[in-house]
Design a protein around this ligand. Structure first.
Ligand code: MEV
Length: 320
C-alpha cells in the first residue's frame, strides 16, 4: 500500500472551554463536516503538501529539513506531525481537503494532524492505537502552539460525544444516539491562543476569583454530563446558560456572539452559549423541536449564519 485517504470530523465544544486548559473536564462532540487527507509514499526524500483550504499550494522541502526554517502557517501542523511520526525512508506527498471552512473554529488543524498521523500509522504498518495517535497528535499541537487541552484531537480520533480531561487524562465516550444542537457562526475569526493568553493574564491578576470560576465550570460540566446521558435537553440548555455566564466573567463572550445567544434564547431556546475560545467562531443552542426554526431565524437576524450539522458522529476513519 503506497497511498491512503483518511478523514476525521470537526468538533464543537459543548461545555467547559478555557477551564479545561487548567485541569478541569469538558464535553465535546464530533460533527459531520470532515477533514480529508490523502497521503502517498514517494521514492524521493521530499515532503510535499497541498492544502488549498489554507492557501498551501505545492509546498516542498527535503525530508531532512522537516521542522526547520520558516514554515507557512497553513503547513505547520502537518509538517510537525510528519516530523513527530518519523518517516525513515523516502518522502511523502500529502493533500488535505476540508468539508468545512477553517474559519468556523471546527478544529481544522487538529483534524488534519490526526488524519496525517492515522494515515502514516497505516502506511507504515505500525497500526498505532487510538491512544498512541492521541499522544503523537497532542505532542504536535503543543509543539506548534505551546498550549491547548487536546480536546479537539480527542474528538477527531474517537468521534461521538466525549467527557474529556486536560491532556487526555480521561477520554470517556458518552453513549447517546443523537444531540440536537443548533449552530450559528459569527463570521468573526479568532486566534485561540491570543484569547487563552488574555484569560491567563486575568487569572494572574485575580487568581482566586478565576480559580473559583473554573471550579464552578467543573461542577456544571459534571451536571451536564448527567443531563446529556438522560437526554434532558431542557437541563442541558439551562446549563449552557450558566456556562455562558461564567465565560462572560472570563471576558470572552464578545458582543456579536452575545447578540446571537440572546436572540436564540428570546426565540425560545432552552439555552445557548459560545463554543470554543469565544469572541468569535460559533455559538450553540438547544431548543424544543417546535422552536428550532424560530431560533435559527433569530440567530440569522442577529447577524449569524446557521450551519446545519449533525453532532455525535464517527471519529477518524480510512476512506480508501
Ligand atoms: C478552544 O476551542 C477551547 C479552549 O478551551 C482551548 C483548549 O481547550 O485547547 C479555549
Amino acid at each position: 500500500m503506497k497511498k491512503i485517504t483518511v478523514s476525521a470530523p470537526g468538533k464543537l465544544m459543548l461545555f467547559g472551554e478555557h477551564a479545561v486548559v487548567y485541569g478541569r473536564p469538558c464535553i465535546v462532540t464530533a460533527v459531520n463536516q470532515r477533514m480529508h487527507a490523502t497521503v502517498e509514499l514517494i521514492d524521493q526524500p521530499i515532503f510535499q503538501l497541498n492544502a488549498p483550504d489554507v492557501q498551501i499550494k505545492n509546498y516542498k522541502k527535503p525530508m531532512s529539513d522537516l521542522g526547520n526554517g520558516e514554515i507557512p502557517k497553513g503547513a505547520k501542523f502537518v509538517e510537525i506531525a510528519v516530523g513527530n511520526f518519523g518517516v525513515r525512508k523516502g518522502g511523502l506527498s500529502i493533500t488535505t481537503k476540508s468539508e468545512f471552512s477553517s474559519q468556523f473554529g471546527f478544529g481544522s488543524s487538529s483534524a488534519s494532524t490526526v488524519c496525517v498521523i492515522k494515515a502514516l500509522s497505516e502506511l507504515s504498518g505500525k497500526k498505532l492505537s487510538n491512544r498512541q495517535i492521541f499522544d503523537l497528535s497532542y505532542k504536535t499541537i503543543l509543539d506548534v502552539q505551546g498550549k491547548g487541552s487536546g480536546f479537539d484531537i480527542a474528538a477527531a480520533i474517537y468521534g461521538g460525544t466525549l467527557y474529556f480531561l486536560t491532556g487526555g487524562k480521561v477520554i470517556k465516550p458518552l453513549k447517546i444516539t443523537s444531540l440536537p444542537i443548533i449552530v450559528g457562526y459569527s463570521g468573526i475569526k479568532v486566534d485561540t491562543i491570543t484569547i487563552v493568553n488574555e484569560v491567563l493574564k486575568k487569572a494572574g491578576k485575580y487568581p482566586k476569583v478565576i480559580d473559583r470560576v473554573y471550579n464552578n465550570i467543573e461542577r456544571l460540566v459534571e451536571q451536564a454530563k448527567k443531563s446529556i446521558l438522560n437526554k434532558d435537553w431542557q437541563s442541558v440548555g439551562e446549563l449552557m446558560n450558566f456556562n455562558e455566564g461564567l465565560l462572560a466573567v472570563l471576558g470572552v463572550e464578545g458582543k456579536k456572539l452575545a447578540d446571537m445567544i440572546y436572540a436564540a434564547r428570546d426565540a425560545g431556546a432552552y439555552g445557548a452559549k459560545l463554543s470554543g475560545a469565544g469572541m468569535g467562531d460559533c455559538m450553540i443552542a438547544l431548543a424544543p423541536p417546535s422552536k428550532v426554526s424560530s431560533v435559527k431565524k433569530a440567530i440569522e437576524k442577529a447577524g449569524g449564519q446557521v450551519i446545519n450539522i449533525r453532532a455525535n458522529v464517527e471519529g477518524v476513519r480510512i476512506e480508501s
